[in-house]
Design a protein around this ligand. Structure first.
Ligand SMILES: Nc1ncnc2c1ncn2[C@@H]1O[C@H](COP(=O)(O)OP(=O)(O)O)[C@@H](O)[C@H]1O
Ligand SMILES: [Mg+2]
Length: 296
């Protein structure tokens, strides 16, 4: 699957890692669109959701004031999947607004439409009906080439299974989105190393994913997602493969990212403990948003 070929593009350092041809070939198949490649891997791997554990109550901090500047504006969004003769209404008319600098948790039972909503907001799939505006752009109507550029520059993605390239060192894994954004090699590497430092992995910069723990791999995936300085970070079950202590450190990191760069974070989770760390929770049930109970 990752076979070597002659005349490979070296995506690591000169004279190193001949197997890097695998990465170049793989990404070339997706025309350099990392997110499309990840979506394909994700589909191939399936997206099994682990059994829900009993929620541990976490005290909620006082609500942070919202910025009032919408980064995401979704109106009457619908998504129907057709499987054979069966139609599955994954989203059945969802409207929501998420502000710049908000950290939002999307929660709901398995099959409630969380991943579908996140993928549509991230422009990884097209809606059946409705409107999705992200950073002023009507992404549901954008052409694929433009959408791919938009995604690369505006959105970072983090997934449950990390999707790091096993044959690349952490620093090179982190640099991948910059390779297609036209960033020069020197500054790209420098920025990757500073992000690796920010996520606390400096000692691991030259390591490959298999030498790292799950929490470290997720940190690395987050560093990679931040490389193009996205305004929006989308995370689908980012703690789904981590224990709750490690999961909490990932929540610390999301808070840090929000606070230091004003990045908007939208995280899908079915873990109430993790969701409680967000500024706001949006609940989905059967493809619809559950109305919030208004405190008296
Ligand atoms: N690619 C797909 N093809 C067909 N049905 C799908 C696809 N993706 C999701 N679904 C269905 O849509 C519904 C919502 O799925 P999903 O958004 O993955 O939910 P969640 O992330 O909340 O578990 C489920 O019934 C699921 O089986
Ligand atoms: Mg899901």
């Amino acid at each position: 699957m990752w076979e070597r070929r002659g005349g490979h593009v070296d995506v690591t350092e000169p004279g190193r890692a001949p197997s890097s041809a695998g990465a170049a070939d793989f990404l070339a198949r997706f025309d350099g669109d990392l997110e499309a490649a990840i979506a394909a891997l994700r589909a191939a791997a399936g997206t099994g959701t682990p059994a829900t554990t009993a929620p541990i109550p976490t005290p909620r901090r006082p609500a942070r004031p919202r910025s009032g500047r919408a980064l995401i504006d979704v109106t009457d969004l619908r998504k129907t999947y057709t499987v054979g003769r069966q139609k599955i209404q994954a989203l059945d008319g969802v409207s929501l607004t998420i502000d710049e600098g908000e950290f939002v948790a999307l929660v709901g039972a398995s099959g409630s439409g969380k991943s579908t909503l996140l993928q549509l907001i991230g422009g990884l799939d097209k809606p059946s009906a409705g409107r999705i505006v992200v950073d002023g752009a009507d992404i549901g109507r954008m052409r694929d080439a433009k959408l791919s550029t938009f995604r690369n520059s505006t959105i970072g993605f983090v997934f449950q299974f990390f999707y790091l390239q096993p044959f690349l060192q952490l620093v090179t894994n982190t640099e991948v989105p910059g390779m297609f954004a036209g960033t020069k090699r020197g500054p790209r590497r420098e920025h990757a190393l500073s992000l690796i430092d920010e996520v606390g992995l400096t000692e691991r910069a030259k390591h490959r994913p298999r030498e790292m723990s799950g929490g470290q791999m997720q940190r690395a995936a987050i560093a990679r997602a931040l490389l193009n300085r996205p305004k929006l970070l989308l995370a689908d079950e980012p703690t789904g493969n981590l224990d709750s202590v490690t999961g909490a450190t990932i929540m610390d990191l999301f808070e840090q990212i929000r606070d230091e760069s004003g990045t908007t974070v939208v995280m899908v989770t079915h873990d109430e403990e993790m969701a409680a760390r967000a500024d706001r929770t949006i609940r989905l049930r059967d493809g619809l948003i559950v109305p919030q109970e208004v405190p008296a």
